[in-house]
Design a protein. Sequence first.
Length: 312
Amino acid sequence: MDRKHEKYEQLLTHARALTPVATAVVHPCDEASLQGALEAARIGLIDPILVGPRARIEAAAAKAGLSIAGLEIVDTPHSHASAADAVRLVREGRVQCLMKGSLHTDELMGAVVAREGGLRTERRISHCYVMDVPTYEQALIVSDAAINITPTLEDKIDIVQNAIDLARALGVQAVRVAILSAMETVNPKVPSTVEAAALCKMADRGQIEGAILDGPLALDNAINLEAARIKRLESPVAGQANVLIVPDLEAGNMLAKSLSFLADADAAGIVLGARVPIVLTSRADSLMSRLASCAVASMVAHARRSALKVTV
């Protein structure tokens, strides 16, 4: 049985049952970003507002044979202005999600993290991949492979909590977090093992909530029960993790791309910790990955809305 996209199809099914999320599509001036946004709108995931130079957006749509009739366009002179205006739409309450178009990630995130007029919260902003690995029975969340280069222990508290909140928004009942390193024992000479142990103790003390944590764990005994058995690791996480926290951006980037190019996995990218979820697509992303990213963002936005109603 071909299991490719099985988990993403489940995400799409759940997200399509929700109300489309008002989304600012930031600088969609090429075919890939326009097609992804329009298809996500067609199947009921998002309600898009296109933010960018009107002439370039219309030219890209015409070249690709795509119809943007009836869609609101916020006309901007260039990509920096597109990012700034998209953030403004969030602050005005007009949209509950951002979706990256054909501008550089740094341009979009620069507007998001701006001290004045940005979208910062008390949480550190971090990135998660929701990965559909055909050979693994459940979706894997990998964090952080795109934003935090060398996160401190303090940073990792938020990185872990963001990933847990994402898993719960996606309906994961038992969130099992593996804090990855090169080994499964604490070694003072390997800082990531010490930080892993500290994060697990923080979870024991309620400083990190909503999941079971274990670490340090090497990748093999985090996701393979037989490897965990051979190492005699008795843990509710070892061998069956659904969230993988990497030591740094380099490790996360290599892990995600290894899964994509060697294990035929797809990666849906999302940024968390800001006032709204941010769909962070890559130029190389498939249409399915773009749709899955929109589905994930929709589920996060709806989970936040529900949480706000409870607290209010």
